[in-house]
Ligand binder design. Structure first.
Ligand code: NAG
Ligand code: NAG
Ligand code: NAG
Ligand code: NAG
Ligand code: NAG
Ligand code: NAG
Ligand code: NAG
Ligand code: NAG
Ligand code: ZN
Length: 507
């Protein structure tokens, strides 16, 4: 029986080898070498020319990665919530933190800042009210006269008074923090047993943050703090997916969308002035995919107007919210075709293929995004199942924004080594690494996601060339003009050279 099974197997192996070696001899080691080199050269950064300093750093990285891979508790194989403390002490991670990472192209407006800042700074400001919802979440509002009651929420309590009556507010602060993020010290598989469960909490956390960050004075500080956290992680440019909500003042008066966009513009200008080695940020206006067609039409018209009036800060348009529950792009095709019909430019940056529901209507978002001429694809997790979409994306250089930790926390993949981007990187598909909602996932900046990409699905085969290519991609596939990209690249190259030079001494 065993012999019978082995014989056809041996025949297949011989067929392949004989074909490759052109004869009946044993495989030629030089040919093997050549094939391995060919494969290595096809990956992201595989053909990158490297300087001596980069090669020295690469040798160091390889040694570090070998040690990391041998660990029994290999972080990319674990849920990020359990792996985070291990990643923090990893020498590769510490190196990646120092690495100049270029741009972060897929980050959402209200998950840029560590929730500890929201609690310790924002909820300690005067006039901050909180209520407890009937399903154990919280809501906030700032108000001078005392806010109107919220349906299905306890009466408002003024946090200043509430805390003053406590001997120790740490526990309260921790419970507030727990409501603003998905991160938990408990077993994440138990707390979030399904995609529905984790998305429900995602939405609750989002609503809890809402009242804090849409208070106009906080809105300003939050964004400045967000830029600070990315800057500290050695990011020099951001593209922020932003809902551009109405913001409010203490007396209940409100500011419109234009105020919000102008504030992004002003704060970005201020931050860049304060940090000359930071290049800037642009906004991708987003709207929830749950709205109806007439509302979408109105929003697209508004987006065209904002893009015309604020061309420097406004990069384009996208839809947000869980794809599996929202409406597919095709449903909105008429509204989304308005810009091209009117000859008005409005670049799209669609989330698409953030799903494992193969074959559903939502699963068609990838092809539809490409049909609608999207400039990049957010997530593209399902891309491997769509060979035609994959081809178009490669040919037209529509880069895929890969957010590994987000995909793991939202339960599309368990072990990061099995992330589909492994395949995309093995064939130099245009990809960038991003962090989606770092604060909700207990991450910050880009370094954690770079770690998962480089050590997890990059494996031992990815190297300094891969990292360099990913960083250059984040500039090349940004919405910046070619001239601006040259400027960012030059700025980045200076700090990159310094990084490579210094790292050889640092470890
Ligand atoms: C809160 O943040 C603001 C703006 O970043 C800062 O000016 C202020 O000092 C902070 N306050 C506290 C209590 O940390
Ligand atoms: C929790 O309550 C809020 C309103 O207070 C509601 O919007 C939400 O759907 C509820 N979530 C669950 C999981 O019941
Ligand atoms: C407050 O409580 C926390 C946890 O409950 C504890 O770790 C901390 O030491 C306490 N602080 C003070 C000043 O008692
Ligand atoms: C949210 O806050 C409420 C009230 O403080 C608390 O009972 C609950 O445990 C918190 N939820 C999380 C996930 O921390
Ligand atoms: C679409 O949504 C808007 C805003 O929520 C609402 O005012 C309008 O009535 C809705 N239209 C239809 C046709 O449902
Ligand atoms: C997409 O681009 C093609 C070719 O440039 C053009 O014919 C088409 O109208 C565009 N469609 C949309 C929705 O922008
Ligand atoms: C994708 O492109 C390659 C090379 O251009 C081609 O050989 C292949 O048939 C294409 N596949 C699909 C599914 O379009
Ligand atoms: C890197 O080091 C080399 C040799 O030590 C030096 O010539 C070069 O100027 C350094 N480059 C930077 C950017 O520090
Ligand atoms: Zn996203």
């Amino acid at each position: 029986m065993a012999m019978q099974l082995q014989r056809p197997h041996a025949a297949v192996v011989c067929l392949v080898l004989c074909y490759l070696t052109g004869g009946m001899t044993a495989p030629d080691p030089r040919q093997r070498e050549a094939l391995m080199e060919l494969e290595a050269s096809m990956q992201t950064g595989g053909r990158m020319l490297l300087t001596d300093a980069e090669l020295r750093l690469d040798a160091l990285l390889f040694k570090m990665k070998q040690q990391e891979v041998e660990r029994a508790d290999f972080p990319p194989a674990m849920h990020f919530f359990k792996a985070r403390h291990l990643i923090r002490t990893s020498p590769i991670f510490q190196l990646l933190q120092k690495m100049p990472k270029g741009g972060a192209l897929h980050v959402h407006d209200f998950s840029m800042v560590d929730v500890e800042w929201l609690v310790k700074n924002v909820t300690y400001r005067p006039h901050c009210y909180m209520c407890f919802t009937y399903n154990q979440s919280v809501r906030f509002i700032f108000s001078s006269q005392g806010p109107k009651p919220l349906p299905r929420c306890s009466p408002w309590i003024l946090l200043e008074n509430f805390r003053a009556k406590m001997i120790n507010a740490t526990e309260l602060d921790n419970s507030i923090m727990g409501n603003l993020t998905l991160f938990t010290q408990q077993d994440p598989e138990t707390v979030y047993p399904s995609q529905d469960a984790v998305w429900d909490r995602f939405e609750q956390a989002f609503l809890a943050v809402w009242g804090l960050v849409t208070y106009a004075p906080v809105f300003r500080d939050y964004y400045y703090q967000g830029l600070t956290e990315f800057y500290m992680d050695n990011i020099m440019y951001l593209e922020v997916r932003a809902l551009l909500p109405e913001t409010y003042e203490l007396d209940g008066s409100t500011h419109d969308r234009t105020w919000t966009l102008k504030t992004y513009q002003e704060v970005t200008r201020q931050f860049t002035e304060d940090h000359p080695d930071f290049f800037g940020a642009r906004i991708i206006f987003t709207v929830h995919r749950g709205i109806n067609i007439s509302a979408m039409t109105g929003v697209v018209e508004e987006a065209m107007k904002l893009h015309r009036d604020f061309p420097d800060i406004m990069a384009g348009f996208d839809l947000v919210g869980r794809e599996d529950r929202g409406r597919p792009l095709w449903y909105f095709r008429d509204a989304l075709s308005l810009p091209s019909e009117r000859g008005v430019p409005l670049p799209f940056f669609f989330h698409a293929g953030e799903t494992d529901l193969e074959g559903t209507e939502v699963d068609q978002n990838l092809l539809d995004a490409l049909l609608l001429n999207t400039s990049r694809i957010g997530h593209g997790f399902a891309l491997l199942r769509h060979p035609v979409a994959r081809n178009i994306s490669k040919k037209k250089e529509v880069a895929v924004e890969v957010c590994p930790i987000s995909n793991q926390v939202l339960k599309l993949v368990n072990d990061i080594r099995n992330h589909p981007a492994a395949v995309l990187m093995s064939e130099n598909h245009p990809v960038v690494i991003s962090s989606d909602d770092p604060a909700l996932f207990g991450a910050s900046g880009l370094s954690y996601d770079f770690y998962e990409a480089f050590v997890g699905f990059g494996g031992l085969g990815s190297n300094i060339g891969s990292l360099k290519a990913l960083v250059i991609n984040s500039i090349r596939y940004s919405s910046l003009t070619p001239k601006q990209q040259e400027k960012v690249l030059a700025l980045w190259q200076t700090s990159w050279n310094k990084f490579c030079n210094n790292s050889k001494n640092a470890f």
